[in-house]
Design a protein around this ligand. Structure first.
Ligand SMILES: Nc1ncnc2c1ncn2[C@@H]1O[C@H](COP(=O)(O)OP(=O)(O)OP(=O)(O)O)[C@@H](O)[C@H]1O
Ligand SMILES: [Mg+2]
Length: 235
């Protein structure tokens, strides 16, 4: 494992009211153990998963495509309050999200070295899901520390299973480490992964079957009708 954990120095935060200091899950979690091959962040929309993922990535010195120019003073203050603990020293890696991938893929398609590395077809000539899988399977062969924000976007359930197998294979023996925010009940099933729930007063480890995502999908698919109220009226 590469990234062993992080500490939040809350005394360095200039406020408790403004974003990102106001996010309860982040504010009330002074330390987090990240010493696992696959770490998964799970929680409601708006609970702070992407905020923490990007802060960890930036603190690790890993480039986020198109993501450096727009940091507010408060986001910079948050970064200064986060301290990373490394198992064996800093590692190179990358950040994935659908938003940043679109821009990256356009650049990669016009760069002959990248074109060769990611396969002969180029991203632009593949479907959304196909281009994501082409990227994941080439990029994660390299050792490194990888941050992924909702990589399940555009992947079918079978595609998500392929990604899960890739994460398992590439995280074996410390080859690579993955820190992932996800809503995918398939990725959340990753054997041996550490799951962190963001819905309580602080971030805490959760078991797969305890997650709201697992229970909701299971109950909904068993019997969708009780979940479907009358149609909402327009206007
Ligand atoms: N740049 C910003 N300025 C102000 N508030 C923000 C900013 N970015 C996010 N927020 C707020 O912070 C909260 C957490 O956002 P974040 O994107 O971290 O959530 P998330 O857990 O990743 O959610 P999702 O599952 O929808 O991706 C949200 O309420 C959001 O509105
Ligand atoms: Mg998010």
């Amino acid at each position: 494992m590469h990234l062993a954990g992080y500490r939040l120095h809350a005394d360095r935060l200039p406020s408790r009211e403004r974003y990102p200091f106001c996010l309860p899950a982040l504010l009330h979690t002074p330390e987090l153990d990240l010493n696992h091959g696959v770490v998964l962040f799970v929680g409601e929309n708006g609970s702070g998963k992407s905020t923490l993922l990007r802060a960890l990535c930036r603190n690790a010195g890993i480039f986020i495509w198109g993501g450096f120019a727009d940091l507010s003073a408060d986001e910079e203050a948050f970064l200064r309050a986060v301290e990373l603990r490394w198992a064996r020293g800093p590692m190179p890696g990358s950040f994935f999200s659908s938003e940043t991938f679109f821009n990256f893929a356009q650049v990669a398609d016009h760069d002959s070295a990248m074109h060769e590395f990611f396969g002969p077809r180029g991203f632009g000539a593949q479907s959304h899901g196909q281009s994501l899988m082409a990227y994941f399977s080439a990029r994660y062969r390299l050792p490194g520390l990888y941050f992924l924000d909702e990589p399940e976007t555009a992947l079918t359930p079978r595609g998500q299973l392929d990604l899960l197998r890739l994460l398992q294979a590439m995280s074996r023996d410390g080859h690579a480490q993955f820190i992932i925010a996800t809503h995918s009940p398939i990725l959340l099933a990753c054997p041996g992964a550490r799951l962190y729930g963001f819905d309580g007063p602080a971030i805490r480890p959760v078991a797969y079957r305890e997650t709201e995502h697992y229970r909701f999908y299971r109950d909904f698919m068993e019997n969708p009708l009780p979940f479907l109220g009358p149609p909402r009226e327009n206007g």
